[in-house]
Design a protein around this ligand. Sequence first.
Ligand code: ADP
Length: 445
Amino acid sequence: MKGRVFCGRRVGNGVDSSVLIPVPVGGEEIVSVIDHELNLSKQIERLTTMLEISRILSSTLDLGRLELIIVESATRIVECEDSSILLIDPHSGELVFEASARLLPEQTKPVVVPIDSSIAGWVVRNDRPVILADATSDPRYFARADQETGFHTHSLLGVPVSFKGRVIGVLMAVNKIAGEFTDRDTELLTVLAAQAAVAIENARLLAELQRAYQELNELDRLKSEFITTTSHELRTPLTAIKGYLQLVNRGMFPPDRQAEVLQTVAQHVDTVVYLVNDLLLMQEMQALDLHETDVDLGTIANLEMQACRERAKAAGIRWVAEIASGVPPVRGDAERLQRMLHNLLDNAIKFSPDGGDVTVRVYAADGHVHLQVSDPGIGIPQEKQARIFERFYRIEQTDRHLFGGLGLGLSIARQIAQEHGGQIDLVSAPGQGSTFTVKLPARAG
Ligand code: ADP
């Protein structure tokens, strides 16, 4: 209303512009009173709107809904065609276009806007508002956001959304309906952005809490399941040991069978020891550093095949070693690497109920040393192959065999491979055996 002098008819809190009449210059006194009154009523209207917005903002903790309320409010208070909000992803640090007043949530694609070369990025980096009369002619203009939303930006006002002195995003108002964006619009949008920041942070905090709560619940469930499985897995060999010892005690076995019975008892004791070791190892791996040396995987393979010889023999398994010559060492913890192979060989024996040849290969390829275990066992269905590396995961066995185990062996093996900068791959099909391949980086030089 400044610059020219008008007289207008009051309509509610605002002014009906269709009846604005220029007033002769002599009537300035009357006009300044009217002007003042109009400004006042406009301010009251805006304040009422802000209050209402602040009430609505505090009424929800759903981030998606909040973003919509924020952009709709921005459009209303600065009287523009559209508004949008962009937030910095707390994990990736990227600036993401989150919501626009014109688009339904399902139409909004989370476009990543470059922080270094966009107007919104400039607002984030400088922590300052920006007003542009023609945004598209600005070198910082990022055309993709308009292309994605099918919108044409002309004028633009952007303000930082900050929480506790940290910029968490940008609130943009686009295409002022009448005239240009003013400093007053900047003030209003800044106030809205401050309220929005608090609401957004609260919503994020709540989402974080809910996620943590769900995780705790899931951990609790896994813990209960784990206690049941562990007790069961320990009870089976301990019951067998107890039974054998009672029978020996009562003199039920003739002297010539006692060595055989003790051998069986020793195997059950080994099972208990391995289970307990797996549990301890799982705990230790999180706490202890690697004890690194140059390790020859061929030597590890021979040592471990030797260590499992008796069990393999009892299960009708024959080790076939194919250790290539001149394989470079890997950098790592020999004890853990042997443990990793132990778990693979243990499974190869356990899941090959009809016996047969288990081949252990060590060879170099593509700057890596490959350690491979192929068994002729029951195989693993495709859809279960990713899951078997998860902690406590075991495939339910429905056929004639019951295989013991806590579902920890492969998760420990994978963790050891990963902490050595390597990975484990699997090729398998039901009834056609399994081949596990560990690839570790060969030591350079
Ligand atoms: P567990 O200690 O119970 O054997 P693992 O983590 O070593 O646990 O293995 C998880 C599951 O993966 C096993 O219960 C089994 O169903 C499947 N599995 C692992 N290795 C083999 C294999 N060589 N052949 C067939 N199935 C296997």
